[in-house]
Design a protein around this ligand. Structure first.
Ligand SMILES: [Fe+2]
Ligand SMILES: [Fe+2]
Length: 201
């Protein structure tokens, strides 16, 4: 049965190399299995975020809140960009992308519920990414730690934007806030997403 080896192959590794990262009788992976496991957890969460923002965007577009729908679609694009970069990192480390979705998208009925669900999702992402940074550094994988850090910066921007919207909703009331979201264009509220997708990355 194949044995999985984590980290660099030892200097006296005697098995015959048979392909990219593969050794006869054993499976050699360029990266740490622990880091690849975290990358797969992050990948599953990013794909969940893609779906949740996508659904919230479509819901608001259907209700005529085009400006808000546009911003939420950009948020979804940001999360897709994260999922893409995480998948590429897993493949570079010669791991297998196998996201295991532990949750379903949580679609809110009102815009306040939507923002609260998205905020909870982002807070979980920040916790997961900070843990991932610690694991990657402990495994000596600074490039994965850097990737997690770049994604973390985007998620913090997403959180700032949601908090601004919740503040505006609280101050103006939901119906007044939504009146400002009818027309496409602009960034819904201040501190709009400026993450990977918004930057074209
Ligand atoms: Fe993300
Ligand atoms: Fe996010």
């Amino acid at each position: 049965m194949a044995t999985q080896i984590c980290g660099a192959a030892p200097a006296d590794f005697g098995a015959r190399r048979i392909g990219a990262g593969l050794y006869e009788g054993e499976v050699y992976m360029r990266g740490s299995k622990q880091v690849v496991d975290v990358l797969n957890d992050v990948l599953a969460a990013e794909l969940l975020a893609v779906s949740q923002y996508f659904m919230h965007s479509k819901l608001n577009r259907n209700r005529g809140f085009m400006r808000l729908a546009d911003v939420l679609q950009r948020e979804s694009n940001d999360e897709m960009s994260h999922a893409g970069r995480v998948t590429e990192r897993i493949l570079f480390l010669e791991g297998t992308p196998e996201p295991r979705m532990k949750d379903n998208p949580k679609v809110g009925e009102t815009v306040t519920e939507q923002m609260q669900n998205d905020l909870a999702l982002e807070h979980r992402a920040v916790k997961r990414l900070n843990e991932g940074i610690a694991i990657a550094r402990q495994q000596g994988d600074n490039a994965s730690a850097e990737l997690f850090t770049r994604i973390l910066t985007d998620e913090e921007e997403h959180i700032a934007w949601i908090q601004t919207q919740l503040f505006l909703i609280e101050k103006l009331g939901e119906s007044t806030y939504l009146q400002s979201q009818l027309t496409s264009g602009g960034d819904a509220g201040t501190a709009a997403p400026t993450g990977a997708a918004a930057k074209g990355g």
